[in-house]
Design a protein around this ligand. Structure first.
Ligand code: FRU
Length: 715
């Protein structure tokens, strides 16, 4: 995309450059400060300028009308300078006040062309104008001729302070000086305007001044004087002389033909000349600095001929103007067409670029697609391979799982097979332990053997429990009992060990009684496991506490209240890194002797507590000791119907006691059996599939009982 915009920008830049090159020739702005635009002579000057300008399309003319006001003319020139002009053409209203601004412009390096009226400085680039002094002389001579050297003259001068007025008077009076009988009876400025002339003439008539000739310094004033004379003194013979002699209806030439003026002196405007010189100056071409235009007298002798000629010129000028308009239309058309052409070219170029880009993008996309397809094919191939590998892995895993299960089943079965012989070892051992036929040393060894076989039996049971949990065959059968009594039993079970290791084992409770629904067998195992651990990791002379806290409102919505039981030892504690994993199945802490074993005990404990909807938590600090907290729900709302026992049948006597038979219930139970004799002996049916066990039971019951045996329930 970046490349696209760079191309576009480069293209547009090139086009702009071309466009600029096409119109490279510099355009010039010419300021034209005109003293007035209200009279025919000035309008003719501007018309000639415009006709001439049509040959120089690089020059633009800005015309400012000073309205016969010198101050306004200065302000307008300042404004032209501000706007930035390349050349100034000026026809000053008056010489004196306008001179400084002309000098200023000239000094700024802007060429100045003075036209018609002069300034009192030579700081200008060129001057164009008629020879006013000469016109004055001609007029004087012509008047003398008309009056035969004698007569009264009314002089209507131009604006005082304007150079033509001054110079014309100079020439005229110079001639009159040579004719003593020719007298200027009234001389006044008509300001170059018809209304100025009218005021002068009316004054003359009002004052009753007689006259033979009126000399107006331009045709406008002379014609107006004639009209005033005709109005007030019609038929009075008098000569009227004017200056300018312009062709056209309003011009002096027509006034001569019409007999209003006796003669006029051609005073060309110099408009076309001003433009020609401006062109030369701006283009550094050689030009004349002083351009004095020629004059001729126009009277009845040549007026008609001149009119023919000037009419011809007028026709030509009109044609030029018409052509100019046609040309202007053509130029404007051409410019529009050129614009359209440029626009079309730009559009075309853009389309080409766009097509190129689209093609490029399309090609790139196709390439990318091809690449993608190849990649996809490769990925597909890889996927197939991965799938195959995964299937194989699943298969192997399944096989492995099956093998593991087979092995586990095998171990479980074997372990299960251990139970009967172990029972048959522990039972007789208990009898031997308490027999008085053996020495103390022998009894001690029996006890050791008994403890070891119990331990073996416990491990086998744990393995069985684990398998049951694994196969989801482990069921919770809860019955209601008193928690404090239950825990007291635990305390008693460990009293012997506490005594032996001189451990301060305290059972404390914040409440006296607390009914609770629990699976006795499972919690037996839990507490045995936790207390065994506590005793295992508490050194001799240490301290262990078992604490029951007051029940409190449960966070769990399933039950209202819960109770916390804390087992705390002040032993070596567990390393922080093992705390989170202590309940994981088969977890064994490395190196340390801590929790070395099957790794099943704590995992089973957790499962059992959770089967009760309870929680088990652990806090431990190395060197400080370990606290296990068991939280159990109260009530039985959280239990399913099948988890609630009908009677307290679920209870099996616990083998998990460190010294169960030394002062335990079993020995007690044995002594509870009442001695019987002869026919009164109670009859006991022993149902047991293992013959050895039946045999052992029979031995235990002794000859105080009559015994019937059966291999199974059916028989
Ligand atoms: C026009 C005009 C002419 C005269 C010239 C003198 O404004 O009055 O008639 O010849 O100016 O500057």
């Amino acid at each position: 995309m970046h490349r696209f915009w760079t191309t576009i920008l480069a293209f547009v830049f090139l086009l702009t450059l071309c466009q600029h090159q096409a119109s490279a020739s510099k355009e010039y702005t010419i300021g034209f400060s005109q003293c007035t635009t209200s009279d025919y002579w000035r309008q003719t000057m501007q018309r000639l300028m415009e006709i001439e300008l049509s040959f120089y399309p690089d020059m633009n003319l800005i015309i400012k009308d000073a309205q016969d006001d010198s101050d306004l003319q200065i302000t307008q020139i300042e404004a032209l300078l501000e706007s930035g002009i390349d050349l100034l053409i000026i026809s000053p209203n008056q010489s004196e006040p306008i001179t400084p601004i002309v000098e200023k412009v000239y000094q700024m390096g802007i060429p100045v062309i003075v036209i018609d009226r002069k300034v009192n400085t030579d700081q200008y680039s060129a001057y164009i104008g008629g020879n006013n002094y000469k016109i004055g002389l001609e007029a004087g001579r012509y008047a003398a001729k008309l009056l035969n050297g004698s007569g009264k003259i009314i002089e209507i001068r131009g604006l005082d302070g304007s150079s033509p007025a001054i110079e014309r008077r100079k020439g005229f009076t110079e001639i009159l000086a040579g004719y003593p009988n020719m007298e200027i009876v009234y001389s006044e400025s008509g300001q170059w305007n018809w209304d100025g002339a009218r005021r002068v003439m009316e004054q003359v008539i009002q004052e009753g001044i007689d006259f033979d000739l009126v000399f107006g310094y331009n045709d406008v004033m002379a014609k107006e004087a004639y009209e005033v004379k005709e109005t007030y003194q019609p038929g009075k013979p008098a000569y009227f002389l004017g200056i300018d002699g312009l062709p056209g209806d309003q011009g002096g030439l027509q006034a001569v033909i019409d007999g209003k003026l006796d003669a006029t002196f051609y005073y060309p405007t110099g408009g076309e000349k001003a433009i020609q010189i401006a062109h030369k100056i701006l283009n550094d071409l050689p030009y004349e600095r002083e351009n004095i235009l020629e004059t001729i007298v126009i009277d009845s002798t040549n007026a008609e001929v001149l009119k023919l000629q000037t009419d011809q010129v007028e026709l030509l000028q009109q044609k030029i103007e018409a052509q100019r308009s046609v040309l202007d239309i053509q130029i404007s058309k051409y410019q529009t067409q050129r614009l359209i052409l440029i626009f079309t070219i730009v559009l075309l170029a853009l389309i080409v670029i766009l097509v190129f880009l689209i093609f490029n993008a399309f090609r790139n996309k196709k390439l990318a697609n091809l690449k993608l397809e190849a990649k996809n094919a490769k990925i597909e191939k890889q996927n197939v391979a991965i799938k195959e590998q995964r299937d194989k892995l699943v298969e192997v895993t399944q096989q492995l799982e099956e093998a593991t299960q087979t092995k586990l089943r095998f171990f479980t079965n074997i372990s299960h097979e251990f139970r009967t012989p172990l029972t048959l070892i522990t039972g007789p051992l208990e009898n031997l332990m308490h027999s008085e036929n053996f020495s103390a040393e022998q009894q001690r060894q029996f006890k050791l053997m008994h403890r070891s076989s119990l331990r073996l039996l416990r491990l086998v049971n744990q393995l069985m429990d684990f398998r049951k949990l694994e196969n989801k065959q482990m069921k919770l059968i809860a019955s209601e009992l008193d928690l404090i009594d239950f825990l007291k039993e635990k305390e008693e079970s460990f009293a012997y060990l506490a005594e032996k290791k001189n451990i301060d084992f305290q059972f404390r409770t914040e409440i006296e009684r607390q009914a609770i629904w629990i699976d006795r067998d499972k919690l037996d195992k839990v507490f045995f496991n936790l207390l065994s651990n506590a005793f295992k990791f508490t050194p001799n002379n240490g301290k262990i506490s078992l604490l029951v806290k007051k029940p409190k409102a449960a966070l769990n919505k399933l039950f209202e209240k819960e109770i916390e039981i804390e087992i705390r030892d002040f032993g070596e504690g567990i390393d922080e890194k093992y705390v989170g994993r202590i309940f994981d199945r088969f977890f064994q802490a490395e190196k340390s002797h801590h929790f070395k074993g099957t790794g099943l005990g704590l995992s089973l404990s957790k499962e059992f507590v959770e089967m009760h909807q309870g929680q088990i938590r652990l806090e431990s600090q190395v060197g400080q000791g370990t606290t296990f907290t068991i939280i159990l729900p109260l009530g039985k709302e959280h239990l399913k119907q099948e988890q609630v026992a009908d009677t307290d049948t679920a209870y099996e006597p616990n083998i998990d006691a460190e010294e169960p038979l030394s002062r335990g219930k079993n020995s007690q139970r044995q002594t509870d059996i009442q001695p019987a004799s002869g026919q009164n002996k109670p009859l006991i049916l022993v149902v047991e599939d293992v013959a050895d066990v039946r045999e052992y039971v029979r031995t235990c019951l002794g000859d105080q009982h009559k015994i019937l045996e059966a291999e199974d329930g059916e028989s």
